[in-house]
Write a protein that binds this ligand. Sequence first.
Ligand SMILES: NC(=O)c1ccc[n+]([C@@H]2O[C@H](COP(=O)([O-])OP(=O)(O)OC[C@H]3O[C@@H](n4cnc5c(N)ncnc54)[C@H](OP(=O)(O)O)[C@@H]3O)[C@@H](O)[C@H]2O)c1
Length: 300
Amino acid sequence: MRKVVITGASGLLGRALVREFQEQSKFTVIGTAFNRANTNLVKLDLLDFDSVSEFLVLHNPDFIIHAAAERRPDVCQNDPETTKALNIHATGNIACVASQIKSWMLYISTNYVFDGTLPPYTPNSATNPLNLYGESKLEGEKMIWQNVVSGGSLRLPILYGKVETLDESSVTQVAEAVVSRSEIEIDDWATRYPTYVDDVAYVCHQILEHRAQNPDFNGTYHWSGNQPMTKYHMAHTMAEVWGADVDHIIPGKHPPAGAPRPQNCQLDCSDLELLGIGKRTKFVEAIRIALASMNGIFNR
Ligand SMILES: NC(=O)c1ccc[n+]([C@@H]2O[C@H](COP(=O)([O-])OP(=O)(O)OC[C@H]3O[C@@H](n4cnc5c(N)ncnc54)[C@H](OP(=O)(O)O)[C@@H]3O)[C@@H](O)[C@H]2O)c1
């Protein structure tokens, strides 16, 4: 039995990771959370470095998937201190302990490490983050390579899945706008590749299995859905799924307000694909599953 510790296990991706690994008889899963810790998730403040170190030494996991982060670009921009503490320094601390206990660490990163001007991006493409979120995640990646003897970094684009509230993902925020009926402008400028967290969790599971068989497997990898969509396009697709009207939604043709966003950070995923790693659920199918537990038109 292999042991995997998942940080950020109460978050959108973390919950999918816990579900995925709990279904596997080969893995024992320990999920950690902070404000949303519960009977199934250990409360662990990642900013308390001594407690994190004690916890990891005690459990001595084979693998650590580090998914916890501040991932909202506008929040990052407005609170650089907390963002750097969590996304950079807490990552460095975990990486340092992972190295001591010889645990293989998979760091969850973002396509926002790129500036979006020259897609598609391979893992070796030049990085140039446009906002503090992207910068801090890139610095987090560097923390991995400064500390661990072996490990991985997995860059992902915009995520969606089974949400606790519609504002938990910027994809399901679009769904909220579709049902609200109030006139609203939605971004039709940036091309995104919405990626279903259950697919990402499956990919992480495949990566850990692959690593267990191949001790030389290390490095930076990309995973992404393959359907290019602006948020405006997502709204139209969702409206078709639920038979809703979108007359109240206006296409936004300029870069959105707030922290600067890249226009197209398409990720080249061929390195994982060549290893036979990958899963992609079609957007219409995954968004239906993701929102099935919500009330209203989503049940249609
Ligand atoms: N969401 C996206 O569209 C997207 C896109 C690309 C990459 N990513 C990356 O994917 C990863 C997961 O994102 P997500 O959307 O699942 O994030 P999320 O839903 O916002 O969850 C963030 C997680 O971090 C935990 N956390 C925050 N501060 C903490 C602290 N001081 N100590 C311990 N845990 C703390 C939260 O725990 P509590 O809530 O319990 O406090 C929560 O579990 C992140 O690394 C993010 O950068 C996300």
